[in-house]
Design a protein around this ligand. Structure first.
Ligand SMILES: NC(=O)c1ccc[n+]([C@@H]2O[C@H](COP(=O)([O-])OP(=O)(O)OC[C@H]3O[C@@H](n4cnc5c(N)ncnc54)[C@H](O)[C@@H]3O)[C@@H](O)[C@H]2O)c1
Length: 312
């Protein structure tokens, strides 16, 4: 069996049960794979905290890398280091089958810190993976890499690989994350999945998220699919739940075995009732562009955590 595993893929178990009839070709049924040892950067962040318990439960052996400690004690092996500290990163990632790179600044900020954390940090992760022979990387991109793409007409979907149209300096860094992933695939044959994460929240909090919500449980399913042997080559995949009002294509996710289970629709009555009508003559950002209000001239900005880990 080992000979059929793509380079860097989390290897399957020795005995693989027959594929279930519902699984797309090449996607092993749940429970069929050995999950392997995975480096997870940014593990102490919001998305990291969402996925660490679920990934451990699925059987992954996690090396959690973050420059801050987790707010709550969490399982896995923890390494407190910046991804920009290349020797520390190499030490932490040694022996891993794959890396999931979530670390970075997750919203609009000044150009310099964004460049350091998001672009240089991603190059450090990919270059370290290459040197160590880690053949699979899952990179956190963002809907904001393509934020200026218009919301499509009802019934249409935005393809997973829609051309980048960044809405912020942050979005530009995520386009660069994707470009780096493409380079490491084309030049070195690494399998790279760029997740264009939409709106990760415990629950949807505005009407845009009725279309863009990614639930914590679906985030675990998404990462598990992106780490599966089916996720070969270079791909961009929307990170979004199965929302009734969704307009981001599910096709890229389905191709790697991502089957989201959650739907923001349960919150629709509450969120629609609380919605205030846009002022006439102004742009309704959330209704017109997939990046929503982050496309406005004054996008929401990143609030750095304080030294004790709390958020100001
Ligand atoms: N939350 C969302 O809705 C969303 C949407 C799209 C994309 N993303 C992307 O997903 C990733 C995680 O987002 P999040 O919401 O969990 O953000 P977050 O700020 O909660 O977590 C990011 C984590 O990365 C760590 N970090 C930052 N720079 C680092 C460095 N140089 N070295 C080591 N650790 C570093 C931080 O300490 C933090 O724990 C980010 O890359 C973000 O851009 C998130």
């Amino acid at each position: 069996m080992a000979g059929s595993v793509p380079p860097g893929a989390v290897p399957p178990a020795d005995a693989v049960p027959p594929a279930d009839a519902g699984a797309p070709a090449g996607v092993p049924p749940a429970g069929a794979r050995r999950r392997g040892r995975v480096a997870l950067t940014g593990a102490a962040g919001s998305l990291g905290s969402d996925v660490v318990p679920g990934l451990l439960e699925l059987g992954y052996e996690l090396v959690c890398i973050d420059q801050r400690a987790p707010a709550e004690p969490a399982g896995g092996t923890w390494v407190r280091a910046s991804v920009n500290d290349r020797p520390a990163l190499a030490e932490a990632m040694a022996g891993c089958d794959a890396v999931v790179h979530l670390a970075g600044i997750p919203q609009e900020d000044e150009w310099e810190p964004l460049m350091t954390a998001n672009i240089d940090g991603t190059q450090a992760v990919l270059e370290t993976a290459r040197r160590l022979g880690v053949g699979r990387a899952v990179l956190a991109s963002s809907i904001h890499a393509a934020g200026f793409v218009p919301v499509p007409p009802a019934g249409e979907r935005v393809p997973d690989d829609v051309v980048v149209r960044p809405n912020t300096f942050y979005g530009v860094t995520k386009a660069a994350v994707e470009a780096l992933g493409s380079l490491y695939h084309d030049r070195y044959g690494m399998d790279v999945v760029c997740l264009r994460i939409a709106s990760r929240q415990a629950r949807p909090t505005d009407t845009r998220m009725l279309s863009t919500w990614l639930s914590p449980a679906d985030a675990v399913r998404l990462l598990d699919a992106a780490l599966s042997p089916a996720a070969t080559g270079f791909r961009t995949v929307w990170g979004v739940s199965a929302n009734t009002r969704g307009y981001l294509s599910p096709d890229g996710g389905a191709a790697i075995g991502f089957r989201p289970q959650d739907d923001a629709e349960a919150w629709a009555p509450e969120l629609l009732a609380a919605r205030t009508a846009p002022t006439p003559g102004t742009t309704d950002w959330n209704a017109s562009l997939i990046g929503g209000v982050f496309c406005s001239p004054e996008p929401p900005r990143f609030t750095p955590p304080t030294t004790d880990g709390s958020v100001r």
